[in-house]
Design a binder for this molecule. Structure first.
Ligand SMILES: Cc1cc2nc3c(=O)[nH]c(=O)nc-3n(C[C@H](O)[C@H](O)[C@H](O)COP(=O)(O)O)c2cc1C
Length: 196
């Protein structure tokens, strides 16, 4: 697959097989994230690659508990409102039961923290498509990046005092008939282009 095809056919995957991603494939994906550009060549994105099923379950549990305590109001961002309402019902797994969750953190007071993490996440999404992996950007841990229980878990794995989670990526083989991610591009209805 060339870069154009990898970009145009990349789609989000939200149903994953349980099977693990082989280590050499995962290494390539992580490398794609680490070779993303960064503001001022700072390279301060901190990648947490989580494959331990117990940790993934614990994160889902803690996130659900945190969302369940929140309330939805008129202006609540729709995806956040959905996370809150589904958590109140119970059984909400924000990472879709993926076998690999790559969490990206960065310095909380660095102006390009989210931009740098987004470059890394996009690189991994494109590379994931090339590697026949399904991927999906996961924002829930960013919304909860001041939650004490989640902070404590990540501190335990080396999240520094001045770092916060900026985004995450669910990764794994798609639960589809052929085991491949959906590759039909969505119609472009926005992303206006003004040529001058
Ligand atoms: C900044 C950002 C945040 C997103 N957060 C989530 C998320 O938390 N959960 C999710 O399932 N998808 C999330 N997505 C995926 C979008 O829903 C998806 O990219 C969009 O619907 C277009 O579909 P496609 O990726 O298949 O082209 C996010 C995407 C971006 C760029």
């Amino acid at each position: 697959m060339n870069v154009y095809d990898a970009i145009i056919t990349r789609r989000s995957t939200r149903r994953f097989q349980r099977r693990a991603v082989p280590e050499e494939i995962l290494e390539k994906l992580i490398e794609a994230g680490r070779y993303a550009p960064s503001g001022g060549n700072n390279q301060t994105t901190h990648f947490f690659v989580i494959t331990d099923r117990d940790v993934l379950a614990e994160l889902a549990d803690k996130a659900q508990q945190a969302f369940a305590k929140m309330e939805v109001s008129e202006g609540t961002y729709p995806s956040l409102a959905s996370s809150i309402l589904r958590s109140k019902q119970g059984g909400y797994v924000f990472h879709y039961g993926c076998p690999v969750l790559i969490v990206t953190a960065n310095r909380k007071d660095y102006g390009n923290n989210i931009a740098d993490c987004a470059c890394a996440l996009e690189n991994m999404m494109i590379m994931g498509n090339e590697l026949d992996l399904g991927t999906c950007w996961i924002n829930q841990l960013k919304w909860l990046n001041e939650d004490p229980a989640l902070l404590e878990i990540f501190r335990g794995y080396g999240l520094r005092e001045d770092e916060r989670i900026c985004g995450a990526l669910a990764v794994g083989y798609a639960e589809s008939e052929n085991g491949l991610p959906e590759r039909r591009p969505l119609e472009r209805k926005g992303n206006e282009v003004t040529r001058i």
